[in-house]
Design a protein around this ligand. Sequence first.
Ligand code: SF4
Length: 469
Amino acid sequence: MRIALYDPISVHTASYQRTRPSLALLGIAHEAQKAKAEVLVVEESRTTHRRALDAIRSFHPDVIGISTYFDPACMLLVKDVIREFNRIAKIALGGHDVSSRPKEAAALYQPNFMFLNEGEMAFAHMVAAGFNLTRVDPQLVEIREINGVPVIISKIPYPLDSYPLPTEFPPTFPEDKRYDEAAINIARGCIGGCTFCGGAKKPLSYMTPARVLEHIRAWLSLENNNIDLMAPDFTSRAPLASEIIRELNRHPEAGGLKYFFSVRLDSLDRALDLAPEEWTAFFRQNEVTIEAGYETGIARRLSREHLGKSEDAEKHLASLIRLLQTGVKVAVDLISFDPDSTFAETAQDYTVLLGLARKYTNMTIYPEALFRELKIFPGTRAAQIFGTKDYRSRPFKDRKLRLLLDTLIGHRDFFGISPHRSLTSSLERIVAIIYFLQKRGDRATVNMIDSFIAHLEENPGQVSSHLPQ
Ligand code: SF4
């Protein structure tokens, strides 16, 4: 049996525009190989869509497995692949979009099979059964039907230690396995429950520390020392995450590297409490960047009914400051704009962030997060709270907030993060326009705003004189 596995995430649809291996599919491909299939993983991120389609076509697959994602651009790519091949191959879908809203995904994509939640073991079992539903073992998988599409759910968890080393990756297209980042699928699942996210459907599991080290050694043998310890929330189990850090500290070859991982601030706090010396040593020995899901410092917005991040805004801010004080590079993730926020709340957030950026030069914000509007992903609680039936954002309640967002987006080059300007400078410009809108009240017109920005563009040195004292 020949199986092509297609990953629609490209550097254009991913948040960070860096190439990483298709972690969602390489484990599945590896298990399918063990079940005697011939496989090819097609990575949109490292090629053009046309070449990806050509690669699938010339592989002559019997089955095309596709990882879905809730990004609209990914949905279009997935639909295009299905349209191109559904008459000559069986289409099997898994991933975020399918797992978080199976009924709608069945109607939208009309595949032959869908896999819910973790795909590795269920997919391998279907390969062994020749994708014949009468031959599946009910001890290993559960079969349901949703909108006429058979849905396969694994009864066996996938041990992350089985994840292939980069030196064992199944064949990929393009063949050349140079990635910007050496991503290691170090943990799955999360304790989050953030209302804006649909990505927490997998059971919580971790790779063992010894296996993490094996992955790092394998990546180093491929001359990649840019290590992404990839997990929705690396410290969701503080003891296990701390064990991994301890193991890396014990082995000199895992030191002196660049590390990146994402955390919730509350879970990182627990990990720092648990093994402070280990974390300090790790931060000292390596060049570490941590993406911290801060989102906002406003208590009402952080609450369960809103972003679902935290019930304690003071502690949330204190956790961010504690992380900044470690000296590692902290990439703050923000969601400053949503339909229910107010201008005053967003103004407060940016003022606090400006204070932090002035004090902690290790703080950064990803360019696209600096003035991010909440994205409504299908299948999330945020879609019910903030969205319309077709997953668009409801109109903003506060018109002045909309005006602020449109102003920032309309003058992205002036307000946005640039390699030639510090974060403080961008935040000062944002706070200056906020203060200008505050002072003008409802009298602010687009012309007035544009001429104020033109004045600042001509006299950037005067920005600080337009900040609240
Ligand atoms: S945003 Fe991160 S921490 Fe929150 S639910 Fe999603 S994966 Fe979990």
